[in-house]
Each structure stands twice: as C-alpha cells, then as structure tokens.
Design a protein around this ligand. Structure first.
Ligand SMILES: [Zn+2]
Length: 196
C-alpha cells in the first residue's frame, strides 16, 4: 500500500510539463497494473515485458509524448478461437494539442505512421493512457499462420468418416473484411475525462 502515494501522481499526469522538461519514466521506476488488458475477453493471457513513456519538444515546438514498450499476449484466433501467441512491440509518438478542434484540424498527412495527434486539454491518467496504447497495439484480427491446417488435422484425428474433404476448404475467411479502424474515439474520451 505504500506504493499508493507515488502512483497517485500519475492519475493526474501533466503531459505538457512532462514533455517540456524532457522527462521519462519506465516500468523499472513505476509498477502499473493493467486491469483492462487482464480482463479483455479476446486476450487470453498477457505480460507486459517493459514500457517507457518519454516527453520532448519537437522541431516544430510541439509537445510530444512517446509510448514505447513490448508485451506478449495470447490472443484468441479469429478463425478457430484458440490462442495465438504474439510478441508485440509498440512505439508511438503523440503530438499534444490543447483542444479537440485543434487536434482535428491538424494536417495529419505530414505525419508518419507511428505518429498521431491527440487533444490533451488538461491532466490525464497516465496508466489508463498507457493501457490504451497497449490495447491499440494488439492486432485487430489475430490469426494462426496455419490455422486451417491445424483445424483440419484435429478434425481428421477425431476419426470422422466423412470423406468429402472438399468441405474442408478455406471458406473460413468468408469475405468478412471488416473495416480496420483503431478506436481513437476512446482515447479522446479519456483525455477529455482528464479535464476538470
Ligand atoms: Zn486459429
């Protein structure tokens, strides 16, 4: 319980001063729990190997927070539902804007794929923010490389007398190409929540 004091400061984290002062903290300094990562039904098990949050002012005098780290996660395969092991590295640079309007009007074409713009009107919960970044780094549609093959094998091992293997063609993918979009809306809400 002694940890409570030091951890408390990250609940109202001042990202602006943090980046202005060029500070950084990492998993060796602070122990965070990630309850949403632990309770997500598509994440069967996970372990955050390390993380680091650092701040800086970039060449355009913008405040930038960088989230970097590695975690392992066993995600449920979208095809067969059993676990797929993933080692996931994330490294994201978030440019802070004082309002949603400013963030929305930012010319994102000038940014590379690891960089984004977020509205950060006030203090935010750093642990939640980091957890968002970890969740966002998980693949949207985790899938075994040889999932169909594995499924086919166990199906045969069960000694099924169905001989028509034509059924076992890869129609598992059935054209469900859902739109890949990252739930940034949540992050926006979180940041707004930190206002007050
Ligand atoms: Zn699978």
């Amino acid at each position: 319980m002694r940890q409570k004091g030091p951890l408390k400061q990250f609940e109202e984290f001042d990202a602006w001063s943090f980046s202005r002062l060029g500070e950084s903290i990492c998993s060796e300094d602070v122990k965070f729990d990630f309850p949403r990562l632990a309770s997500d039904e598509n994440i069967l098990s996970s372990h955050v190997a390390y993380w680091e949050v650092s701040g800086r002012i970039n060449a355009k005098s913008e405040s930038v927070i960088r989230f970097k780290g590695r975690f392992t996660a066993e995600l449920s395969c979208v095809v067969c539902g059993s676990g797929v092991q993933n080692v996931i590295d994330f490294d994201r640079h978030l440019i802070l804007m004082t309002s949603e309007t400013q963030a929305d009007s930012y010319d994102e074409d000038t940014l590379d794929e690891d960089t984004d713009v977020v509205a950060c009107p006030g203090a935010i919960n750093l642990r939640d923010w980091l957890e968002d970044e970890i969740l966002l780094a998980c693949p949207m549609f985790p899938k075994h490389d040889a999932c169909a093959e594995l499924a086919g094998r166990s199906w045969r091992e069960e000694g099924a007398d169905m001989q028509d293997t034509d059924d076992y063609q890869d129609d598992t993918a059935d054209g469900q190409t859902q739109e890949v979009q990252r739930p940034f809306a949540n992050l926006g809400d979180l940041l707004k929540g930190g206002k007050k």
